[in-house]
Design a protein around this ligand. Structure first.
Ligand code: EPZ
Length: 418
C-alpha cells in the first residue's frame, strides 16, 4: 500500500495550478448520458473517482475516451444496457448520479445501492423519493435500485435535507420530464450550478440557478456540448491551508475565488493576508501568527464540510482555541485521533471538537481514513517536527491530482513510497 513520507519544516512558497473540480466533473460525466450526440468535457482532473465513473458509464456500452489533455469524449449512441454494478459503485458512491439521467432518457436504470463510507451511512432516500414523485416506479432489492418510467412527469419536490448529489440527480431527471418540475431546498453548491449551466447549454430549460429553488421545464431531448469544468474550490482551499499552516505564501492559479467566500473569510480571521484576482487567489502568511478560528460546517454558501479537516489541522498548530462543529456528516471526525498522534490537543464531544493550538507537532506514522482526512494529515506533516508517514493514501488519490508533485514544486519535502 502506498504511503507519503513528509519531512516537516519547509514553508510553502510559489504558484500552483488548480485542477478541475472532482465534485463538478462527476455529475457532468453522468449528464453525458442525457446527450443524443457526442459530448466533450474539458479541464478534467486525473482522479481515481473520475476513471471509476468512466468505467461505470463505459460498462453500459457508452464510448468514453480520455485524451492526454485532460479531456473526456463520450458518445451514448452505442449504449447497450442500463446497469451500474456493485463492484464499481461500492468504490465510488457518486456513481448514483447515473440513476436520474438514465431513467429520464431511457426509462430504466439499475444502480447498485452505493452503501456508506467512512464518514457516514450516506443514504440515498432523497434521490429515490424525488424520482418517485416524478412518476418513476422504484424497487430496492438485492442491493440494487431498479427504477422504471414510461416518461417522468414534472413534480413539485421539497428536499427534506439539502443534498448536493440528490439535487443533481433530480435536476438531471427533470430536464427530460414532461411538464414543469420545481425543486425546493435545492443545494446551491457551485458544482450544482456548474451542472445546471452545462444542462442549459445542452438545451435544458432551468431557472433559479444558484438559488435553493430550481424550476425546470422538461424538453424532448438534449444535445452534446463542449463544456469546461469549473476549478476545484476544495483543492484550492487545501493549498491555501498549506501556505497558512507553514507560514509561507501560495498563489493558486486557474482558481474560482467567488466560490470560496466563507473559506477566505476564515483564512483572514486566522491571520492570513488574502488577495484575489479574477482567476487566482494569493495567501501570504509570512511573518504572521496563525490564530485558531471557530468553524461550523453548513451547506453552501456557508463553510463547506470538505474544508473542515484542513482547518482542524490549522487550529491544532495555531495560537488560541478553536471550536470545530461538523453538522453535515455523522462521522467526519476520524482525523482527530490521527492528529492527536502528532501531538494535537483536541477534545471531541460528538461532532464538536475543541482544539487548543500547540506551538509544535511531532512527526509520527498516521493513517488516512477518508479523502479530506488524508489532506489534513498531509498538512500536519508539513509542519510536524521530523518525519510523518501517511498511510492509505489511495484516499488522497480519489480527490487530489498529483498532490505530492504540486507540493514538492511549492517547496514541501514529501515523497510517495510503496
Ligand atoms: C457531496 O456528497 C460531495 N460529493 C461531498 O464531497 C460533500 O462532502 C457533500 O456533498 C456535502 O457538501 C460529491 O459531490 C460527489 P449530500 P453528497 O447528499 O451529495 C444526507 C468530498 O470530500 N442525505 O449533500 O453525497 C447525508 O447523509 C466528498 O469531495 C440523506 O440523508 O452529500 C448527509 O448527512 C465527501 N439522504 C447530508 O444529507 C439522501 O438521500 C448531505 O449529504 C442524501 C443525503
Amino acid at each position: 500500500m502506498q504511503k507519503f513520507i513528509i519531512e516537516g519544516g519547509a514553508a510553502i512558497d510559489g504558484d500552483v495550478v488548480i485542477s478541475g473540480a472532482k465534485n463538478a466533473v462527476l455529475p457532468l460525466q453522468a449528464a453525458t448520458l442525457l446527450a443524443t450526440t457526442p459530448m466533450t468535457i474539458r479541464n478534467v482532473p486525473r482522479l481515481k473517482d473520475v476513471s471509476t465513473l468512466a468505467k461505470v458509464i463505459e460498462g453500459m456500452g457508452v464510448t468514453v475516451t480520455f485524451d492526454d489533455e485532460n479531456n473526456i469524449y463520450t458518445d451514448t449512441s452505442t449504449i447497450e444496457h442500463f446497469k451500474a454494478p456493485y463492484e464499481l459503485v461500492r468504490t465510488m458512491r457518486a456513481s448514483i448520479l447515473v440513476l436520474g439521467p438514465m431513467v429520464a432518457r431511457f426509462g430504466e436504470a439499475e444502480v447498485s445501492l452505493p452503501g456508506g463510507c467512512a464518514i457516514g451511512t450516506r443514504p440515498v432516500n432523497l434521490h429515490i423519493t424525488g424520482l418517485e414523485a416524478m412518476g418513476a416506479t422504484v424497487v430496492v432489492e438485492d442491493g440494487y435500485i431498479r427504477a422504471t418510467a414510461d416518461r417522468l412527469q414534472g413534480a413539485h419536490i421539497v428536499m427534506e435535507m439539502v443534498s448536493v448529489t440528490g439535487t443533481e440527480n433530480l435536476l438531471m431527471a427533470a430536464v427530460l420530464a414532461e411538464g414543469t418540475t420545481i425543486i425546493e431546498n435545492a443545494a446551491r453548491e457551485p458544482e450544482v450550478t456548474d451542472l445546471a449551466h452545462c444542462l442549459i447549454e445542452m438545451g435544458a430549460k432551468i431557472t433559479g440557478v444558484g438559488t435553493d429553488k430550481l424550476v425546470i421545464e422538461g424538453v424532448e431531448d438534449l444535445v452534446g456540448v463542449d463544456y469546461t469544468v469549473l476549478p476545484d474550490r476544495i483543492e484550492t482551499g487545501t493549498f491555501l491551508a498549506a501556505a497558512a499552516i507553514s507560514g509561507g505564501r501560495v498563489k493558486t492559479l486557474n482558481a474560482a475565488p467567488d466560490t470560496l467566500d466563507a473559506v477566505l473569510a476564515k483564512f483572514r480571521e486566522a491571520g492570513a493576508k488574502v488577495t484575489l484576482g479574477d482567476d487566482w487567489i494569493e495567501l501570504d502568511m509570512r511573518g504572521r501568527k496563525l490564530k485558531a478560528v471557530d468553524i461550523r460546517t453548513d451547506p453552501y454558501p456557508a463553510f463547506p464540510t470538505d474544508m473542515q479537516a484542513q482547518f482542524m489541522t490549522m487550529n491544532a498548530y495555531s495560537t488560541g482555541i478553536g471550536v470545530v462543529v461538523e453538522t453535515i456528516f455523522e462521522n467526519r471526525m476520524m482525523h482527530v485521533a490521527e492528529l492527536m498522534r502528532l501531538g494535537a490537543n483536541i477534545r471531541l464531544e460528538g461532532n464538536t471538537a475543541i482544539v487548543a493550538g500547540m506551538p509544535e507537532l511531532r512527526g509520527a506514522p498516521v493513517m488516512a481514513t477518508d479523502l479530506r482526512a488524508s489532506a489534513s494529515l498531509i498538512l500536519a506533516g508539513l509542519v510536524a517536527k521530523g518525519m510523518t508517514t501517511v498511510d492509505r493514501i489511495y484516499h488522497t488519490d480519489r480527490g487530489y491530482e498529483r498532490i505530492e508533485e504540486k507540493l514538492v514544486a511549492l517547496g514541501a519535502k514529501i515523497e510517495r513510497v510503496g
